[in-house]
Design a protein around this ligand. Structure first.
Ligand code: SF4
Length: 60
C-alpha cells in the first residue's frame, strides 16, 4: 500500500485517484493512458486520464 513510488515524469493533482501520491502532486504509475470524451478536443478539459481509479473512502 505505502510502497507507491512517485513517477517524476507524470505530474497529477487528482488526489481522489488511487494512483496519486497525495502528499505530492504526482502519479505513482509507470505509464498512464490518456483519452478524450470529445469528438474534437480543443482544450485540456476535453481530455481524461483513463488510468484513474477511485480511491477507497473517497468521493462518496
Ligand atoms: S492514474 Fe491518472 S488521475 Fe490517477 S494519479 Fe495517475 S495521472 Fe493522476
Amino acid at each position: 500500500m505505502s510502497d507507491k513510488k512517485k513517477n517524476d515524469n507524470i505530474r497529477c493533482s487528482v488526489s481522489q485517484c488511487l494512483h496519486n501520491m497525495v502528499t505530492e502532486d504526482y502519479c505513482s504509475l509507470g505509464c498512464i493512458s490518456v483519452g478524450t470524451h470529445e469528438e474534437n478536443p480543443t482544450v485540456p478539459e476535453c481530455t481524461d486520464c483513463n488510468s484513474f481509479v477511485k480511491r477507497t473512502g473517497c468521493c462518496q
